[in-house]
Design a protein around this ligand. Structure first.
Ligand SMILES: NC(=O)c1ccc[n+]([C@@H]2O[C@H](COP(=O)([O-])OP(=O)(O)OC[C@H]3O[C@@H](n4cnc5c(N)ncnc54)[C@H](OP(=O)(O)O)[C@@H]3O)[C@@H](O)[C@H]2O)c1
Length: 267
């Protein structure tokens, strides 16, 4: 029996790589994105249905989820749409902060809520959410992005308790750096003269050469969708695994001091 996954944010990056991987493994894929009319690759693939979805648009969530369910059963919902926001807290506008939460947090919560009654009545279903290693640790100057991803980790851990009794599983995939449009196109930023030197040091500390290709992170999403395990958290990518292991090994306080020293040490 063919299985179906519903994915948000499939125009590029991890969402697109995941859509292609599941399709190539025989799944039906409901690939949602803000501008499906511009998509030229996924639209050519068998068993891929494109639907419009901006996760900040409440009415569209309702209509798109209805359309998706009208195409047949859905087994997995992959909340992936999101983007990063970097900059000193005092220089962020209220609009930047609200948009970050609207997309990364409220978008995920609302899409999930739209599917819960269906999964509960069906007696099974799986929610997977792309969080980030930044939902388990923190880098300097990412306070609001971290707030959104820590929110998703905590929310997932809690909502799993109430949904498990209905056969619904909740999982997170927490990637490290991924080679996508995340930094090149999608990133929102702010700057402030008082923080210029430390921001510059932070940016110098990131090397995208060490980021993981999106198709490898998509493999972790596939594992989470198919391993049948009662497991919440899938840390994905060698960098993320190493960072998280280090935090668990040396403890929160030592890890926090180490991160400050590594990224801002001599400022
Ligand atoms: N790349 C990394 O280093 C990294 C690391 C950890 C976690 N992540 C997480 O991975 C997820 C995917 O990001 P990516 O790395 O694949 O970056 P990406 O290539 O920039 O893709 C982001 C996707 O999210 C979509 N999106 C943004 N706002 C949206 C909205 N309001 N409604 C619907 N879709 C929206 C984008 O659509 P448009 O084309 O319309 O903008 C795009 O399809 C995000 O949740 C991100 O936080 C990324």
């Amino acid at each position: 029996m063919q299985k179906t996954i519903f994915i948000t944010g499939t125009s590029t990056g991890l969402g697109k790589a995941t859509a292609k991987l599941f399709q190539s493994n025989g799944w039906k894929v409901i690939a949602t994105m803000r501008n499906p009319e511009k998509e030229t690759e996924l639209s050519q693939l068998k068993s891929v249905i494109l639907l419009p979805l901006d996760v900040t648009n409440v009415e569209q969530i309702d209509s798109t989820v209805k359309q998706a369910l009208a195409t047949g059963d859905i087994d997995v919902v992959f909340n992936n749409a999101g983007y990063g926001l970097i900059g000193p807290m005092e220089a962020l506008t209220d609009q930047q902060i609200v948009r970050q939460f609207e997309t990364n947090v409220f978008g995920t919560l609302r899409v999930t809520q739209a599917f819960i009654p269906y999964f509960r009545e069906r007696g099974k279903g799986l929610f997977i959410t792309t969080t980030s290693i930044g939902g388990l640790i923190a880098f300097p100057f990412g306070s609001i992005y971290h707030a959104t991803k820590w929110a998703l980790e905590g929310w997932s851990e809690s909502v799993a308790f109430e949904l498990n009794q209905f056969g619904i599983l909740v999982k997170t995939v927490s990637p490290g750096g991924i080679k996508t449009d995340f930094i090149s196109r999608s990133l929102d930023t702010s700057s402030h003269d008082a923080y210029a030197a430390s921001l510059q040091k932070l940016y110098a500390g990131f090397n995208e050469d060490y980021f993981t290709p999106a198709d490898q992170i998509a493999q972790v999403v596939y594992e989470a969708a198919t391993d049948g395990k009662d497991k919440l958290r899938y840390v994905a990518g060698a960098d993320a695994v190493a960072l998280y292991e280090q935090r668990l090994k040396i403890g929160d306080e030592a890890f926090r001091r180490q991160m400050g020293q590594t990224f801002l040490g001599n400022v």
